[in-house]
Ligand binder design. Structure first.
Ligand code: HEC
Ligand code: HEC
Length: 229
């Protein structure tokens, strides 16, 4: 019993020492070579997992937001668009701006590493060699009435119209976001790209105009949102 009464004050002393020695505020990482400052992280996999994986999925797929690990997406968007969106975000959606210049936390060099890394790790230029992809951005005027018909032709075998025209869904996705998914599909989730939404005897790729019209029809169902581009 006497050993207890001498140990107790010793233990209290040790605790005081421990807390004094670790005298940094909780949550502040200690400087040192093993913990690089956030703006010193220059490895694609680390930058991606720390900043993007929560929404775009651990390996660039199966996240809540569009899969980036999709060669068709990478080919359609190209490195310049991937870089621009990563830096500036998409106003009115969950996609935040990452550039320090736009209020984010990543340097121009880090954004460059991310965009180049997505293309290198997840692109596959060979797979689409010789094919003409639809334009990434919309260049024409869409016809919503035609779009409704094209939706029935190309999309309704998998999607009920009312799930994609749900105002809550549409208020969180931009027209470009819709267009990108229609062009690139979600291969890991079973959504074909623009070439193979239509199967069977009359199977063919969608035309540029059909893509534009479907986006125009979906957009016509979106509730007014002043923040949406
Ligand atoms: C909080 C969720 C979230 C995080 C974190 C996030 N994104 Fe996004 N991202 C989105 C959403 C949602 C969209 C679709 C926006 C739209 O509707 O156009 C998007 C769109 C994009 C697009 C454009 C897709 C297209 O249509 O061409 C790129 C590129 C992109 N994100 C890259 C990144 C990168 C790189 C990171 C990490 C540095 C990142 N995102 C982090 C949610 C997120
Ligand atoms: C062969 C079935 C199939 C066809 C055809 C198809 N989709 Fe999809 N689509 C899917 C699956 C599976 C997903 C992923 C799961 C989900 O989000 O519903 C998806 C996802 C989407 C998403 C993203 C939904 C989200 O939750 O973010 C959009 C937008 C979309 N599809 C639009 C279309 C449009 C427009 C067409 C017609 C041009 C189309 N799809 C054709 C199966 C299909």
């Amino acid at each position: 019993m006497s050993s207890h009464s001498t140990l107790r004050p010793l233990f209290a002393c040790a605790l005081v020492l421990v807390f004094t020695a670790c005298g940094t505020a909780p949550g502040v990482p200690k400087p040192g070579p093993e913990v690089p400052r956030p703006d010193q992280v220059l490895v694609f996999a680390t930058l991606y997992s720390q900043n993007c994986a929560a929404c775009h999925g651990a390996e660039g797929k199966l996240g809540a937001a569009i899969s980036l690990a999709n060669p068709v997406y990478v080919a359609a968007a190209g490195v310049a668009n991937i870089q621009r969106v990563t830096a500036g975000g998409v106003p009115g959606t969950m996609m935040p701006p990452f550039a320090t210049a736009a209020g984010g936390m990543l340097t121009p060099q880090q954004i460059d590493i991310l965009a180049q890394g997505i293309v290198t790790a997840w692109g596959n230029a060979g797979e689409l060699q010789g094919q003409t992809l639809p334009s990434y951005t919309n260049t024409a005027t869409g016809d919503p009435a035609q779009g409704q018909k094209s939706f029935a032709t190309f999309c309704s075998r998998c999607h009920r119209a009312d799930s994609l025209t749900d105002p809550a869904y549409l208020s969180l996705i931009s027209n470009q976001g819709l267009r990108s998914i229609i062009i690139a599909g979600e291969p890991q989730q079973g959504m074909p790209d623009w070439r193979s939404c239509l199967t069977g005897a009359g199977a063919r790729a969608m035309t540029e105009q059909e893509i534009t019209d479907i986006v125009a029809w979906l957009a016509s169902k979106r509730p007014p949102n002043p923040r949406q581009p």
